[in-house]
Ligand binder design. Structure first.
Ligand SMILES: Cc1cc2nc3c(=O)[nH]c(=O)nc-3n(C[C@H](O)[C@H](O)[C@H](O)COP(=O)(O)O)c2cc1C
Length: 177
């Protein structure tokens, strides 16, 4: 039996892929994107960036609006995803942390995909916020209990902390094998 198509119906895109794992992320300022790309490379995974339907405003008011939406657990409007997570055995979902919560676009994606995730890992990327509460909220929104949870902090990206960074990446990769 062939693998189910990973392309979302109705997107008009063909995404013939043999990858067993999908890495899904949102990133406003590229930090989470870096972790997502490192994980996808090591896992041989397909990767999908969640995109805001409308670009977010920049500057002070844009920043405040990000925090406000996150605080009130608003599901952000997102562009139609191109990949169907149900076609993958494993899915890693990464979110930046805004106001001690997951980002609104990731909440929007998880609500859209509720009940469609098989084995999962959840990753929160932040200044210094522990990931457990965020992962618990991601589990609630998606209906999926993660096999692994990791939190990447600003300090992990410094060259002198490369070993800690790699250890966190390895933890997720091992859990998704
Ligand atoms: C609106 C906003 C709120 C934030 N709130 C938090 C927070 O509550 N705790 C924290 O540790 N970091 C917080 N941060 C920092 C981000 O989580 C951090 O910079 C993250 O790496 C951004 O990921 P990105 O570059 O992929 O967008 C916040 C950033 C923004 C823009």
């Amino acid at each position: 039996m062939g693998k189910k198509s990973a392309a979302m119906p109705g997107t008009g895109r063909s995404a013939a892929s043999e990858a067993k794992t999908l890495v899904v992320y949102y990133s406003r300022t590229s930090t989470t994107q870096r972790v997502a790309k490192d994980l996808a490379k090591r896992l041989g995974a397909d990767i999908e960036a969640i995109a805001d339907k409308k670009p977010r405003s920049k500057g002070f008011f844009g920043y405040m609006n990000c925090g406000r939406q996150a605080t009130f657990r608003i599901a952000g409007a997102i562009k139609a995803p191109s990949r169907d997570p149900a076609a993958y055995e494993k899915v890693v979902v990464l979110t930046p942390v805004w106001s001690w919560k997951m980002t609104p676009p990731v909440r929007g994606w998880l609500r859209l995909m509720k009940g469609k995730l098989n084995a999962t890992a959840f990753v929160a990327v932040s200044g210094n916020t522990e990931p457990e509460k965020i992962a618990a909220d991601m589990a609630k929104e998606s209906g999926a209990q993660p096999l692994a949870v990791a939190g990447f902090f600003q300090a992990d990206f410094a060259s002198e902390h490369k070993a800690e960074y790699e250890a966190k990446v390895a933890k997720i990769v091992d859990a998704m094998k």
